[in-house]
Design a protein around this ligand. Structure first.
Ligand code: FAD
Length: 305
């Protein structure tokens, strides 16, 4: 069954993992996936290496996801890809039973201004895959509730999203967004723009101070509500959470209190999203299962979903 069809019937639930960089990371992944699958996710997606690297490893991760007992969704970017390499890789996925993808432009490699491939935008990839492969692939696309960092305007970004739908995309996976007012405004705006695709919301669990700041600001320009900045400030590791050897005398205590407050915050956020009527909850598992499992268990989400 298509995931977008599941989302039209009930709220879907899923995880995202990334391609491990090392063999050790890869060898740990089956255990992690096994634990995540105990929550019976509708699917697990796997990131595509930055700058189009590691496509082969990405397929290996998809196979591990299949073996763990759920549907793999491969992320796929146009960075450095030609029409031919896209065709070859998509065929390879299909031949291996992977028929769900997230069609992305991809993060531009540091210092580059273009994709270095045949296409410049995700809209082109969606149209190309539909033309070449018909309905064999279910296609998700990225949505940015706060507007993509490089978009000309929020309205222009929504017009791009409509184009993705018109080109044949099936559903939306969103960028992380902590600002619920902005999210609600965007949800209303895309529906008014005629975008009917289900919205699967990306949830970044708030677990680590440096990672939380990094995810928000290094690429995405995400707003952090005061409720979140207070948690960061109350547990600030001095001189700052990015240094390797902080002089703070309570590093471990602050990390633990930050994580606990972050778990509570993430649980509240999931409830707020669900109250807005989103069609899917997609948790970035960060290749670990303990903390996300705590969030799922304590929120009662899997008994509600
Ligand atoms: P696009 O939709 O192509 O948009 C990029 C920019 O161009 C936007 O500002 C848009 O408004 C503008 N634009 C689009 N079309 C046009 C047009 N025709 N004319 C003018 N302007 C246009 N990156 C990875 O490298 N690997 C991953 O695995 C990965 N996973 C992700 C998962 C999710 C859920 C999300 C939300 C993002 C992910 N990313 C990943 C990051 C993503 O690749 C970046 O956000 C990237 O900068 C934009 O991708 P996009 O598909 O939204 O691009």
């Amino acid at each position: 069954m298509k995931l977008s069809e599941i989302m039209k019937e009930r709220t879907a639930f899923s995880f995202e993992v990334f391609q491990p960089k090392t063999d050790k990371g890869m060898s740990k992944l089956p255990d992690t996936l096994g634990h995540l699958c105990k929550w019976k996710p509708d699917y697990i997606s796997c990131t595509y290496g930055a700058a189009g690297s590691g496509a082969r490893k990405n397929l290996d991760v998809c196979k591990l996801i299949q073996n763990a007992g759920t549907i793999p969704v491969t992320h796929f970017t146009i960075i450095g890809n030609t029409r031919e390499t896209i065709k070859e890789q998509i065929q390879d996925y299909l031949d291996n039973g992977v028929n769900h993808m997230l069609a992305l432009r991809g993060d531009l490699p540091f210092g580059c201004i273009g994709t270095g491939g045949d296409f410049e935008y995700a809209t082109d990839l969606v149209a190309f895959v539909r033309k070449e492969f018909g309905d064999q692939m279910e296609i998700a696309v990225a949505g940015s509730p706060e507007g993509h960092i490089a978009c000309k305007s929020p309205e222009a970004d929504i017009a791009v999203l409509k184009q993705k739908q018109d080109n044949g995309a099936d559903y939306i996976m969103t960028q992380l967004c902590w600002d619920m007012e902005k999210f609600a405004y965007w949800l209303d705006a895309i529906r008014k723009a005629g975008i009917t695709m289900p919205v699967d919301v990306g949830i970044m669990p708030v677990l680590d101070q440096a990672a939380t700041i990094n995810m928000a600001l290094s690429r995405n320009g995400c707003a952090m509500p005061q409720e979140l900045t207070r948690i960061i400030s109350e547990n600030w590791i001095f001189p700052n959470p990015f240094v390797k050897d902080p002089f703070d005398t309570d590093v471990e205590g602050k990390k633990a209190r930050f994580k606990e407050a972050g778990i509570e915050y993430t649980m509240k956020q999931i409830a707020r999203y669900r109250a807005l009527g989103v069609e899917g909850i997609h948790m970035y598992a960060l290749n670990k299962y303990e903390d996300v499992s705590a969030i799922i268990a304590r929120s009662g989400m899997r008994t509600i979903v």
